[in-house]
Each structure stands twice: as C-alpha cells, then as structure tokens.
Write a protein that binds this ligand. Sequence first.
Ligand code: R7I
Ligand code: MG
Ligand code: MG
Length: 307
Amino acid sequence: MGLDVDKFTGALIGSAVGDALGAPVEGYSRGKVRSVYGEGEEWAMKSGRYTDDTQMMIGVAESLIENRGFNGADMALKFIQNYDERRGYGPGSKEALRRISEGESWEEASKKLFGGNGSYGNGAAMRIAPVGIFYYDDAEVLRAIAYKSSHITHSHVLGKEGAALQAYSIALAVRGQKEDMLSRLKEFVKSEAYKEKITKAEQLLDKGANEGDIIRELGTGEAAFNSVPTAIYSFIRFNSFKDAVTYAVSLGGDTDTIGAMTGAISGAFYGEGAIPKGWIGKLEEGEKGKSYIKRLGEVLYRIKMQL
Ligand code: R7I
Ligand code: MG
Ligand code: MG
C-alpha cells in the first residue's frame, strides 16, 4: 500500500504547528492578528509553545497506541495525567476532567455540563487528528471512535459531530481526496447544521469570498460548528500548508484551534515535508515536544500497517 508515514506525522505535527502559530493571537480580531504577524506572506512563529489543543491530542494518540484502539477510561486518564493548567483549557473540558478525576465515570461526567446539554465546544475536534489518521480507511469506525473519544468531555451532539467531521476531513486528506472533499463530507455528516455550513463553504469558494464573509458566514468561534467548517474551508481554498494555516490564523477568533485543525488536515494531505521548516524549527521541544509528537505519528503508522 502506498501510504506514506509522512502523512501521519504531518497530521500530528501540522496540528501542533497550527496551534502554536495561533496561540499568541487567540481571541484577537483579524486586524489585531495582522498587527502581530505583519502584512507579509511569510509569518515567523513567535514562541512555538503549544496549548491545550496539542496537549489533549497527545493524550488521544498515547491512548490509541497503548490500547491498540479506543479505551475511554484510559483516554480520560491520559487527559488527566497530561493536564497542565498553563496550556489554557476550555471551562467545559476542565470541569469534565475534574469530575472524572474525582471518580465519576467518563461516560457520565460530560453529560452534566452546560445545564445538562453537554458541550458543543470545539475541544473534541481540536484534538481528533490521531483518530483521523488511525481510522482513515473506515468511515463508520472512524465516526464511532470520534463520537466516543469526544464524549469524554463533549456529549452534545454538535460537539461530537464536529469532531467526526474534522476526523473524516483528515482521513480524506490522508487518502489524497481534496477535489471532492466537500461533497463527501456532506454525505458523511448527519446533522443539518453542518450540512448547511458545508453548502455555505461551497458557495463561498465559488464566489471567491473575502475574509469578512468567511468570519460572518462560517465563523471563528469556540463552538465546533463555528470553527470546524472554517478550518476545512481554509484547507480547501489554498494549495499549500503554509497558505492554508496562515489564512486560518489570519481570520482571528479561536486562532490556535482553527490553526490546529487546518494544520491537521493540511499536514495529512501534503505530508510533514511540506510544513515550513522555520515553523517546525521553532515548535517547542522538551519531554512531549515535537520529537515526541512525531514519534506518536510514526508509532500509529507502524501499528496501522501491522493490523
Ligand atoms: O470545547 P472546549 O474544550 O474549549 C476549547 C477551546 C479552544 O479554543 C482551546 O484552544 C481552548 O482555549 O478552549 O471547552 P468548552 O468549555 O466545553 O467549550 C468552549 C466554549 O463553547 C464554552 O466555554 C462555551 O462558551 C461554549 N459552549 C456552550 N455554550 C452554551 N451552551 C459549549 N457548549 C455550550 C453549550 O451547550
Ligand atoms: Mg488552545
Ligand atoms: Mg482555541
């Protein structure tokens, strides 16, 4: 089979790079992002430090590897063991992990959030890259694992569906299917809210929309339905990792997360070799830094090839 390990490591490193590029400007307006990164096309990575998006993605990968597949209690434990307040977690995710660490089961804890609705934040989608690559060849298994892994912190159907949509985008990218990605995604996704967003993305691509249109129509917020479609759009609109991720972050709003999600899809499509060297060079090292993240991608690939 002609699948390259570069696509697996590209998805994980790409996600971390997008996160680190967006992190210094999270919550900024589009204009304010430009004032930090400048008007030029070549953005220099600032600190290279990643946030909760990558910290939790690492936990997803570690758990899939250790269990040769999904194990909810163990994945929750990985999130708790890796928890680092300074990475900046969403309030819902933080609360779910606190409940689990105090003894609630991972099946129950997330259901209590947001008045019993569960979270529709993008915190499940932002960390999903390992699921997207590991299950790239089976859409229904991918969907089931995306839902379950989301459920640890995000039990709202739109939170889970956003994660499944992001995972399937990564899977299609691994398979090299960019051309017809939006129509395939529309067939795959079950909820009307996401079908409508994908239709909107198609229309915006056709009309050559400007940044203001994208922010208004697709969104740049922390809700999964206001950020996952924006990441997919950013990937499809451009023809390189650098252009897609730069664009995603330039929109402002939840920049680390939209950067991470665009980076995961783009890295899976173009491969690790297509990620700007300067960005990887600046990405943090250390105990669970870039070398570790790359190794997680390599091990997932090796396990996948043996299955
Ligand atoms: O989804 P989550 O882990 O947050 C991820 C974000 C990313 O930007 C990370 O980079 C980090 O900064 O945090 O955390 P949640 O708290 O579950 O969801 C994010 C936000 O979405 C919440 O704080 C709410 O503002 C909103 N939200 C909801 N609002 C009303 N009702 C999520 N679910 C609901 C809801 O059911
Ligand atoms: Mg973050
Ligand atoms: Mg964020």
